[in-house]
Design a binder for this molecule. Structure first.
Ligand code: ADP
Length: 356
């Protein structure tokens, strides 16, 4: 018996009273009965006050917890969505063509990283766009110059202002050749950019590559009074390259060397063994390159001050193409130069092309 209502511990109940309850049966045996204890006893005013206070406290606690949860969720939603809204606005502006966009980096978490990466992407895209614009202007300029000459001469011939002399036709031919050359260069660069340059590789001795270039440029070097010679250590391992493309690269470097080296100077074509491949070095005792020009000479259409002043040199694409061709072989092209002393261009070629 559990004391409750009118019942006390140790009370005996009559069968009639027990019949009013619900029997508790375990293993088909009645082990007890549950009786309702009747109406609960009246609460004293103190007990009622206590209960009321407890209820009030529970209500306040529930209200407080709900408001705190609401405030926290609003705060979190705001801190999460604000940078996202900024990013969305900046991305939309970019999509409209306004590439120069920067968003605030407010945190160190993933959202902060996303904002920083976005800013970096915007800087790169802006720079690439600027380069593209510059390049288009350079191409237009370089196409216009020979075209203007061709147009001027043909007009003069048509109008009878110039006699149809061989020298006139030769000038027109030279200008047309220059246009052709520029278009070929642009095509090579765009193929290299797209990774679609076809290379016919075969095992080639580094020394052969240098001797081929030396033979091609020896007459011009003699004419200019510049010594040109090959210095290759014997028994270098062969490299897997496209000899024609490499000849184009070396030829370009030698031709630059001849252009920027005064009479009495020297150009050396050297080959050295590297751990896995070979170095080809084209060194001159020429004008050298100003430190301010050095970081840019491989840029497309870049011409050093000296080249621009004398209007010597070509389109400023030569070194950009040489670099692209060497990189297409998995190699690297670098330069070291001292103004007034000379320059050395180094082609690092891997034995098995693909990795340097
Ligand atoms: P360019 O058509 O003007 O020769 P390149 O891309 O071949 O264009 O060369 C870019 C610039 O690098 C040249 O304008 C020149 O200022 C500089 N340069 C290249 N090779 C040499 C060199 N051997 N000696 C001095 N300056 C050089």
């Amino acid at each position: 018996m559990v004391p409750a209502g009118p019942y006390h511990l140790g009370d005996f109940l009559s069968p009639d009273e027990l019949a009013g309850g619900v029997e508790i049966t375990i293993d088909e045996q009645v082990v007890g009965s549950v009786l309702t204890a009747g109406t609960p006893p009246e609460l004293t005013p103190r007990e009622e006050l206590f209960l009321e206070r407890i209820n009030q406290a529970l209500l306040y606690a529930a209200l407080g917890a709900t408001s705190l949860a609401l405030f926290l969720s609003l705060f979190l939603a705001r801190t999460l969505t604000r940078p996202l809204h900024e990013l969305i606005a900046a991305t939309r502006a970019m999509a409209q063509g306004d590439l120069e966009q920067q968003v605030a980096v407010r945190s160190q978490d993933e959202l902060g990283e996303l904002a920083a990466a976005f800013n970096q992407m915007s800087v790169r895209l802006t720079r690439a766009n600027e380069l593209r614009r510059q390049m288009t202007a350079d191409i237009a300029h370089d196409l216009r110059t020979p075209l203007t000459v061709i147009k001027g001469y043909t007009e003069a011939l048509r109008d009878g202002d110039l006699p149809p002399a061989t020298a006139t036709f030769e000038t027109i031919y030279q200008e047309a050749e220059q246009l052709n050359h520029l278009i070929d260069d642009l095509r090579t660069l765009s193929l290299a950019d797209a990774g679609e340059l076809t290379l016919h590789r075969r095992a080639t001795a580094p020394q052969d590559l240098l001797e081929r270039a030396a033979a091609a440029y020896l007459p011009q070097a003699r004419q200019l009074g510049i010594a040109l010679h090959v210095d290759a250590v014997p028994d270098l391992s062969p490299v897997q390259v496209d000899p024609d493309r490499l000849a184009q690269v070396i030829g370009n470097l030698v031709s630059n060397g001849l252009r920027y080296t005064p009479e009495g100077g020297r150009i050396t074509l050297a080959a050295r063994q590297r751990a896995d491949g070979a170095y080809l070095i084209i060194q001159d005792t020429g004008a050298g390159i100003a430190p301010a020009d050095l970081p840019h000479i491989f840029d497309r259409f870049y011409r050093g001050d000296a080249a621009r002043e004398t209007n010597e040199g070509e389109s400023g694409l030569g070194l950009a193409i040489a670099k692209s061709l060497v990189e297409a072989h998995g190699g690297a092209l670098s330069v070291s130069s001292t103004l007034g002393e000379g320059s050395a261009f180094v082609i690092a070629l891997p034995a098995i092309c693909g990795t340097v």
